[in-house]
Design a protein around this ligand. Structure first.
Ligand code: FAD
Length: 511
């Protein structure tokens, strides 16, 4: 059970706060966690839902950055490889899991077989312990990806990456931050910043039905992702842009066949067409196009979908790629350095700026390297005396292993796997909640593994504020295309009928 919203609001009003972090994506969540671990009194606020921005629209890969090798980013590759290993082995073992990728090179491919093979060898060398890469013949390639097109296939490499459920990784990090005593509040947008020359100031939040709140804070970090420049302009109306945005779209289709690996097919201009078996679905993407509008209005267009299907037809049969098969689509925005030229060729490192008033703004980078980005942002705060920090490598809440649920509860195997993956060592608490309701372990939709207790748990213990938070970021209803209007109504009525709890807290720990 976590601190109630009313209690959090009360504590924010009464202050004082050492550090307020704006934006509960993966960057802000980890920044808040590390700040609190270093001894600061921290608050984390998000204008929408935790993970509701870029951090739930990624390609779901915790990756070593194979595609950055041709850009010469060897440092970024090495750093990413290390972070992937730590996230997979220590920080979030049930949420970050290994996945193999095949890399097919066809006739007419932009990169020759020799170049790709050399790249794989270098990649393996940079990975150190645990990095694997191999060359496959056509038969072996079809064994791991049964639908792979083999006509014109000149070679096929294989390498290892990791995949995650990005929205749940953010949530686990927010839980980790709360465990260190961070005051966390979603659905509370920052609409005003009154900062005085490195001496902190007041942050004004619009918390919807809970009204406007002025929070005094000694320091503020702006981790608003694609919205970073909008927040910077609250501090300095004349601030010139720190980032330019590039839109990336993914689509999800029902899965066919037993894929044991994903596919990463090189395209012109350094881009890659991805086909990833994810949550029992097939995820295809992604696009990379300059976006100049309001980040809140980024959406998937028919042209985006055509581009993805067209590019995937390079490695998959046409019948798998009929537009009618699409169940879900999502657009995300990359925050890239302001520069001219192709967004696909732009470097993926993060950006940090400190304003005259002491507002630290951080954006870009990768989900994979978020722990390092967070420390970099904290290191730029004026006069905190934090010294040298290193990232916390301890396991996040709800990301370890629980009892084998299937045997413990006689759940259907797909439901047991699903609950273990999403809730890890919190699965027991979810089952306790399920026991209190006659339909707790009933499937929400017959075609998916999500059960009704997850909805209750989302409202009770995971800060869900509405049906959309539940469908898109606490369960997998939305990504499977199973969020029907009837289910949305039932979730809403479950939300309004739940008992009100107040003042329950996690016990803060210091590390
Ligand atoms: P966000 O997740 O966008 O969070 C910013 C938050 O700020 C939002 O939740 C928003 O609601 C909040 N906010 C905005 N304005 C305000 C305000 N005024 N007040 C309060 N809150 C506010 N990286 C990988 O490592 N692996 C991948 O496979 C991968 N794939 C990607 C694919 C695509 C298409 C894209 C776009 C990115 C991908 N990335 C990947 C990069 C990665 O997703 C991002 O680097 C990361 O998610 C950025 O997180 P963030 O916290 O900085 O931003």
């Amino acid at each position: 059970m976590r601190r109630s919203r009313a209690d959090t609001l009360e504590r924010l009003r009464s202050g004082p706060i050492d550090l307020l972090v704006i934006g509960g994506g993966i960057t802000g969540a980890r920044t808040a966690l590390e700040g609190a671990r270093a001894g600061l009194r921290v608050a984390l606020v998000d204008g929408g839902d935790f993970g509701g921005g870029t951090s739930s629209a990624s390609s779901k890969l915790v990756h070593g950055g194979f595609r950055y090798l041709p850009m010469g980013d060897v440092g970024l590759v090495r750093e990413s490889q290390h972070e992937r290993r730590v996230l997979m082995e220590s920080v979030a073992p049930n949420l970050v899991r290994p996945i193999r990728f095949v890399l097919p090179v066809y006739d007419g491919s932009p990169r020759g077989a020799g170049t790709v093979a050399a790249g794989l060898l270098l990649y393996r060398a940079l990975a150190g312990r645990g990095g694997r890469a191999a060359m496959l013949n056509q038969g072996a390639a079809r064994q791991v990806v049964p639908s792979l097109r083999t006509d014109g296939l000149r070679m096929c490499g294989m390498f290892e990456e990791a995949e995650t459920i990005d929205s749940r990784l953010v949530l686990a990090t927010v839980k980790g931050a709360a465990r260190f005593g961070v005051l966390v509040l979603n659905h509370a947008r920052v609409i005003g910043l009154e900062l005085r020359n490195n001496r902190g100031g007041v942050v004004t939040l619009d918390a919807g039905d809970d009204g406007l709140i002025d929070v005094p804070s000694k320091h503020v970090i702006n981790a608003a992702g694609p919205w970073v420049d909008l927040v910077r302009r609250l501090d300095d109306a004349a601030a010139t842009p720190l980032v330019r945005l590039s839109k990336g779209v993914h689509i999800l289709l029902p899965h066919e066949g037993d894929w044991k690996a994903g596919v990463a097919m090189p395209l012109e201009g350094g881009r890659v067409s991805l086909g990833i078996p994810w949550q029992g679905m097939l995820m295809l993407g992604t696009t990379d196009t300059l976006f100049t509008g309001n980040p809140s209005e980024a959406h998937v267009t028919p042209a985006d979908v055509r581009e993805i299907l067209d590019e995937a037809s390079g490695f998959l049969p046409e019948e798998m790629l009929r537009p009618q098969r699409i169940r879900f689509s999502i657009a995300g925005l990359r925050a890239l350095p302001v520069a001219h030229g192709d967004t696909a060729a732009a470097r993926r490192e993060h950006l940090i700026e400190v304003s005259r008033n002491g507002l630290v703004s951080v954006a870009g980078g990768k989900l994979t390297t978020h722990r390092l980005i967070a420390l970099d942002a904290l290191g730029r705060l004026p006069e905190t005396g934090l010294g040298d920090l290193s990232p916390d490598s301890r396991r996040l809440p709800g990301t370890g292993w629980s009892l084998p649920l299937e045997t413990a509860t006689r759940l259907a195997p797909d439901v047991a796997d699903h609950l273990e993956r999403l809730y890890g060592d919190e699965a027991g608490q979810l089952l306790e909640l399920a026991a209190a309701k006659s339909d707790g372990l009933e499937r929400i939709h017959p075609s998916g593994p999500d059960v009704w207790a997850q909805v209750d748990y989302a409202f009770e213990s995971e800060w869900a504020g509405n049906a959309e938070d539940v469908a898109s970021r606490r369960t997998t209803l939305a990504v499977r295309g199973l969020m029907t209007p009837e289910i949305a109504d039932r979730i809403r009525s479950r939300m309004s009928n739940r008992p009100t709890r107040s003042g329950m807290e996690v016990v803060p720990i210091r590390g």
